[in-house]
Write a protein that binds this ligand. Structure first.
Ligand code: GCU
Length: 611
């Protein structure tokens, strides 16, 4: 049974608040919902120029004694010459492009961390009997939205999509939307204040309005049965649907179609034969038009069908063992830098991955935008998607668990329609302790309930004893696939250390080397073979392949990483200049020598068991 988080959330949060001792009833954390495949629906885009005002002191919400104001900036009032004094007026404020982080749009906003107010006027023809949802691709990190001065929802989490019902707040002609997005890093956040990537703030992915009928398809899962290669199974949920209502699913080009009946919980179970279905794979990324209908609502999807499972230490795609030749990718925009969000960004990044000979990509360390997932579906690149439980979140804090669970729910329920996604990663490099293992194993249980069709993994730290790498993190028992990060030859030892390194893995499960690599400044060649030269990075990869080929249960790798990405931890001037330089490609698209080394290894299948 799928847990529908929006029903649990306010209750759980109240419990959490009571548990934490502050007896006040917590304000509902968010009344947003999650729409599967929303990008496949007709929508009115709100992308473009929005007026924007930075508000470092929260003046737009709090008065000088820190009480919430009733006349906050969400009213979008205007200063009239000769009129009463005001501290803001969106109409005369400069604009920011949406989508887009604010940091790379104005030099004075580069290092800004705090609340940013956005405002945009819009027209909307409201049709009777319909509902209008404001759909936000991502708002980093905490956000609140008002329509015509009325709060419509709030959200926490910088990398997952959400939708807010704004029907009651709309007016027949001119409307205005105000958003407050606060990218302040928080110790009780997910991720916390500590990351190795730049905290790009703002409405960083697309914003649109979606019209649906009173009863509409909000979530669905259609996948190939693991037991029968011509059977598609799953479910469709209709929000506002009544038991007995009908749902139909048809798969273009196959003649396959079925009709199913909603149960009292609004779910219709789907099972349908699709003889002669071409399975989706990297070699043949076949996508079918899929029409899902319920009453007057419909979603026209584009879906691939495949199975992914583990058998002993093998990963089986469509029943056959596969080796995942991959690369790790941050959502950093090539050339312009900043948070990636567009089709062009996705095509450039995954285009480089294809040139490398990849059939796999680890989208680190947070859910990427749907343009990236659509491109992966089309190009045939298998995807590791990751919930940003990164490094040391507050594992003993129930409210933090609820945030991590909610982001996992939003990630899975938004993107379960992508054949390319095969792995849900629960975390990256978290410290080994009981609270953490309970926290993340609970998330793994939740993920399996939400989606039993994919594999669960996490990127684990490994212990080093002399020249032996030991993989015995207790979290491994809860994973289907063991991800491991190691930097032998970079943070540990030199190239000769790599050659002497052996591995001991406590689990009889498939292993993916989810990170290895080293930095290089593109164009740096001296001192010869020294750290940060292209030659050293290239040699490191060659030595790594020698070590990796000795791990019998290695079933994939995603070296760190495809492209240089911005990080405030990397401030070595002249070499890093606030970029992590472990990319195989510079942020300006310059391929380093190691790119060709990895490409040769992948295209010749010199790494990994040749499949
Ligand atoms: C870590 C971490 C990455 C980081 C990388 C590095 O393994 O997972 O997020 O960028 O190492 O140090 O470059």
């Amino acid at each position: 049974m799928r847990l529908r988080s929006e029903h649990l959330r306010p209750v759980l949060l109240m419990l959490v608040t009571l548990v934490n001792g502050s007896a006040c009833i917590a304000r509902a954390q968010s009344d947003s919902i999650v729409l599967t495949g929303a990008d496949r629906r007709p929508q009115m885009s709100l992308n473009g120029e929005w007026h924007a005002i930075p508000d470092q002191y929260g003046t737009g919400i709090y008065d000088f004694h820190n009480h919430e104001r009733k006349d906050g900036w969400f009213l979008n009032q205007h200063f009239k010459p000769g009129g009463p004094p005001m501290d803001y007026d969106f109409a005369t404020a400069p604009t920011l492009k949406v989508p887009g982080d604010w940091n790379t749009q104005r030099p004075e906003l580069f290092w800004y961390e705090g609340p940013m107010w956005y405002e945009k006027d819009f027209h909307y023809d409201l049709k009777p009997g319909t509902k209008i949802f404001l759909r936000i691709g991502a708002a980093n990190y905490k956000s609140i939205f008002w329509i015509n001065g009325k709060k419509v929802c709030e959200h926490e989490g910088g990398f997952t999509a959400f939708a807010c019902d704004i029907t009651a707040a709309l007016k027949p002609d001119t409307n205005f939307i105000v958003a407050m997005v606060d990218n302040t890093r928080r110790d009780d956040g997910v991720p916390t204040a500590q990351t190795d990537w730049f905290n790009y703030g703002g409405l960083t992915r697309e914003v649109s309005l979606i019209t649906v009928p009173g009863a509409f398809i909000d979530q669905y899962d259609l996948h190939l049965s693991r037991d029968s290669k011509d059977t598609i199974e799953g479910w469709v949920h209709v929000e506002g649907g009544q038991g007995g209502d009908k749902v139909s699913v048809s798969i273009g080009e196959t003649g396959a179609k079925t009709e199913a009946t909603l149960k009292a919980d609004g779910v219709a179970d789907i099972e349908m034969k699709a003889p002669g279905l071409k399975l989706w794979s990297p070699e043949s990324p076949k996508l079918y038009p899929v029409a899902i209908k319920a009453g007057s609502d419909s979603v026209n999807e584009l879906m691939g069908f495949r199975t992914i499972e583990v058998k002993g230490t093998e990963i089986l795609l469509n029943g056959k063992p596969i080796f995942l030749r991959g690369v790790s990718i941050h959502a950093e925009a090539p050339y312009r830098t900043g948070r990636a969000w567009s089709e062009k960004d996705a095509e450039t990044l995954l285009g480089w991955a294809k040139q490398l000979g990849c059939n796999f990509a680890r989208l680190a360390h947070y859910p990427h935008d749907e343009n990236m997932l659509r491109a992966a579906d089309k190009l045939g690149i298998l995807i590791w998607s990751e919930n940003p439980v990164y490094w040391a979140v507050e594992f003993d804090n129930l409210a933090v668990y609820d945030k991590a669970r909610r982001q996992l729910d939003e990630e899975i329920n938004t993107s379960r329609d992508h054949a390319s996604i095969i792995l849900w990663s629960m975390a990256n490099e978290t410290p080994v302790n009981d609270a953490r293992t309970k926290f993340i194993s609970s998330l793994a249980t939740e993920a399996r309930k939400l989606d039993p069709t994919r594999l669960i993994t996490a990127a684990l730290l490994v212990r080093t004893q002399g020249t032996t790498k030991i993989v015995d993190d207790p979290l491994g028992q809860y994973l289907d696939v063991i991800g491991t990060n190691e930097y032998t030859g970079w943070y540990e030892g030199d190239l000769s250390t790599i050659d002497k390194t052996t591995w001991q893995i406590a689990y009889d499960k498939p292993q993916i080397m989810s990170e290895f690599g080293g930095g290089a400044k593109a164009g740096k060649h001296t001192p010869a073979n020294s750290f940060f030269t292209e030659e050293y990075q290239a040699e490191l990869y060659k030595h790594q392949f020698g070590m990796l080929s000795k791990i019998p249960q290695l079933r994939g790798m995603s070296p760190w990483c495809l492209m240089d990405f911005r990080s405030p931890r990397r401030m070595l001037s002249g070499i890093q200049d606030d970029f992590n330089r472990k990319g195989l490609v510079s942020d300006q698209g310059v391929k380093k020598q190691a790119f060709a080394v990895l490409q040769k290894a992948y295209l010749s299948k010199a790494v990994g068991k040749a499949q």
